[in-house]
Design a protein around this ligand. Structure first.
Ligand SMILES: [Zn+2]
Length: 272
């Protein structure tokens, strides 16, 4: 599933090819995504200039003068720049055509979304209640300390709660907690200022490293091979239960909480 680093990599990969160009045509081959693509969407944006390509949480924002097309890649979606003439495959549901280049949405499982928000994108219900960006100024030690006071919920659940912090899914929550040497089920309210500061730093490091790893695969977003550009990374703990911790050699453990698997090293991440 595309997580924040993949969406950020997609955003950076496609931006130079389409930002500032006029949309000549919107081709919707199959509108039945998670939310049906509005029939009047082509009329709203055809002929308009794509002013900016941005990311908010795991949404891509295609900003036009009259409003924003909000794209979510769902479970299996990818957005690539292709030659408009390149024949579309069975899972290529939407093309944003900019002359000879097209931004093509491929989504085999059709959990993705292409929705329109007139005016300010942030007002859309999908975006209105989102917490700060993990790589932005709004997420710092003081913020994490403030939102966790009195909370008995596990810190991992807090990291994954998009109302408190966006874009940190299971993989990056697990990896950040390992780097910070904090047990995933530690009650959030137990973290003091020092551990909050360390965790913020580790969340940022983990995401930045993943984005940097994606940077080398940017060309995958601009090509006709049809492979999504998601990159395999070396994880510390995620998906590695039973394998030795990369730091201390202790077997990594897997526990299930709130129906999500958590991976951690019982030695490096002791409960306080
Ligand atoms: Zn360890």
């Amino acid at each position: 599933m595309p997580e924040l680093p993949e969406v950020e990599t997609t955003c950076r990969g496609i931006r130079p090819h389409v930002q500032g160009r006029s949309l000549s045509r919107l081709v919707v081959r199959n509108p039945r995504l998670r939310v049906v693509v509005a029939a009047d969407l082509p009329a709203r944006i055809e002929g308009a200039r794509l002013d900016a390509v941005e990311r908010r949480a795991k949404y891509l924002l295609l900003r036009f003068p009259a409003g924003t097309v909000i794209v979510h890649l769902g479970m299996s979606g990818s957005l690539r720049v292709v030659a408009t003439a390149e024949p579309a495959g069975v899972h290529d549901h939407v093309d944003f055509v900019f002359g000879e280049a097209a931004l093509r949405l491929r989504d085999p499982r059709r959990f993705g979304m292409v929705v329109w928000q007139p005016g300010e994108a942030a007002a859309h219900p999908l975006l209105a209640h989102l917490g700060p960006e993990p790589l932005g100024d709004g997420f710092d030690a003081a913020y994490l300390l403030r939102i966790t006071r009195g909370l008995r919920a596990p810190i991992k659940h807090v990291l994954m709660d998009s109302r408190k912090l966006v874009g940190v899914g299971n993989i990056y929550a697990s990896e950040s907690l390992f780097r910070a040497r904090i047990h995933p089920l530690e009650p959030a309210g137990q973290l003091g200022p020092r551990r909050c500061a360390r965790l913020v730093e580790c969340v940022r490091e983990t995401l930045a490293a993943a984005i940097a790893a994606g940077g080398s695969t940017l060309r995958d977003f601009v090509g006709g091979d049809g492979r999504p550009g998601y990159f395999q990374q070396q994880y510390f703990v995620y998906g590695r239960h039973g394998e030795p911790c990369r730091v201390c050699g202790t077997p990594v453990r897997r526990i299930v909480s709130a129906q999500r698997a958590s991976f951690y090293c019982p030695r490096c991440q002791r409960r306080a």
